[in-house]
Design a protein around this ligand. Sequence first.
Ligand SMILES: NC(=O)c1ccc[n+]([C@@H]2O[C@H](COP(=O)([O-])OP(=O)(O)OC[C@H]3O[C@@H](n4cnc5c(N)ncnc54)[C@H](O)[C@@H]3O)[C@@H](O)[C@H]2O)c1
Length: 450
Amino acid sequence: MKRKHEDGLQELRKRAGELVASASLENGTVKDSYKKLIAEFLEAGGPPDDVIVKIGQQFFGCPVAKANQGPLQAMHVEGAKRLDFDYLEKFMVDCFLAAGCPEKESKISASVLIEADKRGIDSHGIGRLKTIYLDRIKNGILKPYAPIEIVKETATTAMVDANMGMGLYVGPYCMELAIAKAKKSGLGFVACRNSTHYGIAGYYTSMACEKGCVGFAGTNARPSIAPTFGVEPCMGTNPLCFGIPTDEPFPFVIDCATSICQRGKVEKYARLGLPTPKGMVIDKNGEERTDTEGILKGMVKGECALCPIGGVGDELGGYKGYSWSVVVELLSIAFQNGDFGEKLTGVDAQGKPAPMSLGHFFLAIDVEAICDLEVFKKKSGDFLRWVRSTGKDPNGPGRIWTAGEAENDFRQKRMSEGGVMVPPALLKEMTMLREDLPAIKEKYPKFCFE
Ligand SMILES: NC(=O)c1ccc[n+]([C@@H]2O[C@H](COP(=O)([O-])OP(=O)(O)OC[C@H]3O[C@@H](n4cnc5c(N)ncnc54)[C@H](O)[C@@H]3O)[C@@H](O)[C@H]2O)c1
């Protein structure tokens, strides 16, 4: 395998030599070909200080594209196994059932999680099954089943009480309700109280887009983000997510936390044994930390906090991300008379697991109530296509993405590959779940990767 890889790089080096031999130095076409060749070489895993890159710089003045830029970088992990999506989804359904969730709730919850894996949001799929859901059910701070109640309702609004049941099930319920109201009255807004972790916010805005609506969704979470000029975790990673229909095969969906990185990404760095990039985390002494394991422990104790989008201080506009995070926190607690701060840490004063009552909000705007949906979609698509066609940064990966595109690319790639690479740490979690849950032991005496 290694031999084949080296042969590939050697072939690219040979092509580089031929290009140099055939080139007049002013020849722009050759420069472009050479630039492409460097990009191909780096993408194939060639080292950035290789002679092929140096020749490009010296003969053609090619900028050195930084390797590994762009949202499509799935990290190779030694010992990872590709697991089929249907197999993984069924495993998740079986785990929820074994933990006491009813069938419908189990299926819907698993479908939200597997969608994260399909979209390449590895921090929020199978990676969360044990720690965020099943461990919490086991610790009694998340109810495997709780009735959903609509406590107040108008034609366009509703307040839903999740009664500490599965956020992964309540989330789709609330967005469906918002969409139904939008289809009748133009708009639907649903606030949800007493809920639990609902996974990827983009799942909900995508639901709205599929029905020809603009979607907006957010949730608060365990306090993790420090305010500008502060060091204590005050706001959750609080995703603020919009979905806008387009005429492309996928909607525009901006689905991200209001911190530079969210907690799940730090957990992902831990699973991969990597340091956390500098600038994402600050500790109580104001130090920017990179030691991933230390950060995770520090976050549990409230001694480390994530930095808001824009980073530490106000030089790069950290106060913007900080305030967007506050917007999400306010919309998640003010309608709901919900908890914030230390009541959402997930542990009590003795350090024992304690329930975290979260709030979510969902808005659907029916485009047809305002204008022609096809015209709207075409205009959105035209704008996004135009943006992607504009000039590229010569030091970048040579491509511009618009939000939602990377997830769509991941989805197509992973669906064609038939599954997702599951790292050894998660394979181990699956075996731990088998030990924990007798029904799983019975159904999976041997996993497909064993
Ligand atoms: N439920 C919760 O409590 C909670 C809290 C925080 C985050 N989350 C979820 O975690 C997931 C990941 O969040 P994140 O902050 O790590 O996201 P991220 O930083 O990976 O950003 C993802 C978003 O940015 C877009 N994007 C990425 N690269 C781009 C580029 N070059 N150009 C244009 N757009 C680009 C993607 O299409 C996507 O919309 C989200 O699904 C979010 O909803 C959930």
